[in-house]
Write a protein that binds this ligand. Structure first.
Ligand SMILES: [Zn+2]
Length: 243
């Protein structure tokens, strides 16, 4: 599902139907398209990876499905304007703990904790097929930190997903990974390389801001529009503080 401006997709969020289950729901803006795509399908449960609204924003559109996620999952509240414009206004949903996961029709989805992007982030693992639905736990070659992220835990989760040896990884943003060990490994390597470059510049007594400029460029539109919720300088600080 995409939010478009003049026909150009700006913000794209994916969700996945797995038998009678849906992993995430995409953003509220895509709700009508999602309802149409699932017309006539039986939906028993929606499994939410984490509390950002582009992942559960349509949960309330499927009142017969249970909404499941991490125990005590906090859904986003007080959502900033730029995110409401990007993703739409979600209707509140009630989330129950997913426990050990769900199974039906020879499919199972087991929670696989992947903290870092949020503290309670879950991926969902279908062991017999080797499918991993990873939400926002693998965001590609990142240049920004989002407020609330923990870079050390994010990196540990990337390594854990790689070491799980999935056959296919289905992220919420970006293309499906058909060579996930290699692709997740590349994401780990990107962050490790960036961490090492940050360390070299720290040794030259450069400030975080100067390091961010030099390695990642200016804060740019996303940093500005988000009022600093997305920040390159914070990513540098997180990498500097990594053990
Ligand atoms: Zn997120």
């Amino acid at each position: 599902m995409a939010r478009e401006l003049l026909g150009v997709p700006l913000c794209v969020g994916s969700c996945y139907q797995v038998g009678p289950f849906l992993v995430d729901t995409g953003p509220a803006h895509g709700g009508r398209a999602l309802r149409a795509a699932l017309e006539g399908e039986r939906l028993d449960a929606i499994l939410v990876t984490h509390g950002h609204e582009d992942h559960w924003g349509n949960a309330a559109r499927f009142p017969r499905a249970r909404v499941l996620g991490a125990a005590g999952l906090q859904l986003a509240r007080g959502i900033p304007l730029y995110r409401r414009v990007a993703w739409g206004e979600p209707a509140r949903a009630r989330v129950e703990p997913v426990g050990d996961g769900v199974d039906a029709r020879g499919l199972e989805l087991r929670p696989f904790p992947t903290p870092g992007h949020t503290p309670d982030h879950l991926a969902y693992w279908e062991p017999s097929r080797g499918w991993l639905f990873c939400g926002d736990a693998a965001l590609g070659p990142i240049k920004y930190s989002m407020l609330g992220e923990d870079r050390g835990r994010y990196l540990a989760s990337l390594r854990a997903m790689r070491d799980l040896k999935p056959e296919v990884v289905f992220p919420a943003h970006g293309p499906v990974m058909e060579r996930p060990r290699e692709q997740l490994g590349a994401q780990v390597a990107h962050l490790e390389r960036l961490r090492d470059e940050v360390r070299e510049l720290v040794a030259e007594r450069r400030s975080d801001r100067a390091i961010a400029r030099s390695l990642l460029g200016r804060e740019g539109m996303l940093g500005l529009v988000s009022g600093g919720e997305f920040s390159k300088e914070r990513l540098v600080r997180e990498l500097r503080e990594l053990g």
